[in-house]
Write a protein that binds this ligand. Structure first.
Ligand SMILES: Nc1ncnc2c1ncn2[C@@H]1O[C@H](COP(=O)(O)OP(=O)(O)OP(=O)(O)O)[C@@H](O)[C@H]1O
Ligand SMILES: [Mg+2]
Length: 320
């Protein structure tokens, strides 16, 4: 485990590099059909990649959504961001959860020593554009638009055009000469299907849905499904479900049934188990907080998110 020194605040502070994973850790197998005949005790976690699946092109916007609390949204956002940054991509994360600003606390925005601090709320209230609300994090190649408690004001003050605010800001950025400065944007969301989450889905190319094995609530899954479908119909026809991440996966018949169920609900999406490890819970409260990938590079979730990251985004396209 590594305990890098915390960089000081302000521009020019040293940022912590995210190296590739050492060696060739044991990765999950990628299959195009489940082997339903294997007894569950012998069933190893596998990634299901539908034959129709194509990796995303840069500069894609991924929304990490599930209105159920504790599904693994923030962990998935941090680990995918870290895996892509380690692969050399320029990554921006956006914290769309006002509650505890967990993502912001985990990645530690490097605010300038003086001047006003913006957050995602400022973008919704037209106080600034995306670039002014973006700060470096403690980690190389990951920048952040942080959140704060007052993002909740969007829900009750409903500023004009809130549903479209983020989509419009991203479209404006993409339309500038040279396009977006980021290869990938990942938006963490709150455990709710409120206005901010709808705005996040409206801005995204792909929804990533973490589902915690053991914490499943079928009615909750159905209402998430309805929300995604109505965003597709009304505000964002290009939205697709990019992947379902089965977080804190462990070997049980229930985990296998869940994998089969979500692959039927989202036939277009890869179903990606992320194995359970206590390291995932330790990393955000380490001193300083850091991605699991850095805290425990050999831990199964670090390896599984690394595999997911290479499956989801076409890095060759990014490089060219
Ligand atoms: N692969 C894993 N193995 C073990 N624990 C995990 C794993 N992934 C996430 N967790 C733990 O599950 C808990 C919830 O994860 P996380 O905060 O990412 O969920 P969330 O969906 O963002 O929650 P919220 O809805 O409250 O924002 C955390 O304690 C986290 O450490
Ligand atoms: Mg969260």
């Amino acid at each position: 485990m590594t305990s890098p020194e915390t960089p000081g605040p302000g521009e020019g502070a040293a940022r912590i590099p995210l190296p590739p994973l050492d060696g060739s850790p044991e990765r999950l197998e990628v299959v195009s059909a489940w082997d339903g005949g294997t007894p569950y005790q012998l069933w190893r976690p596998q990634i299901l990649r539908p034959a129709t699946f194509r990796p995303a092109q840069p500069s894609q916007v991924f929304a990490v959504v599930n209105q159920k609390g504790g599904a693994g949204k923030t962990t998935s956002t941090v680990e995918l961001a870290a895996a892509w940054a380690a692969a050399g991509l320029r990554v921006r994360v956006i914290d769309g959860d006002p509650q505890e600003a967990a993502l912001s606390a985990w990645l530690t925005p490097q605010y300038p020593d003086s001047g006003e601090r913006h957050s995602l709320r400022s973008v919704f209230f037209d106080e600034c554009g995306l670039a002014e609300a973006t700060y470096p994090t403690a980690f190389e190649r990951i920048d952040i638009i942080p959140s704060s408690l007052d993002l909740a004001r969007v829900e009750y003050e409903r500023p004009i055009g809130a549903e479209q605010a983020l989509a419009a800001a991203l479209a404006e950025e993409a339309g500038q000469p040279g396009g977006s400065p980021y290869d990938v944007t990942l938006i963490d969301s709150a455990p709710s299907l409120g206005l901010v989450t709808v705005a996040v889905l409206t801005a995204a190319d792909k929804a990533l849905v973490p589902v915690k094995v053991g914490g499943l609530d079928m009615r909750g899954m159905a209402s998430l499904h309805r929300t995604i479908r109505s965003v597709q119909r009304k505000t964002n026809p290009k939205l697709a479900v990019g992947a379902v991440l089965l977080t804190a996966w462990d070997k049980s018949d229930f985990a296998r049934q869940l994998a089969v169920k979500v692959s039927e609900d989202y036939p277009e999406a890869p179903v990606i188990p992320i194995r359970r490890s206590v390291r995932a819970a330790e990393a955000p409260v380490a001193s300083p907080p850091q991605p699991v990938r850095l805290w425990a590079p050999g831990a199964p979730p670090a390896i599984d998110y690394d595999t997911a990251a290479s499956l989801l985004l076409d890095r060759k396209e990014v490089a060219s």
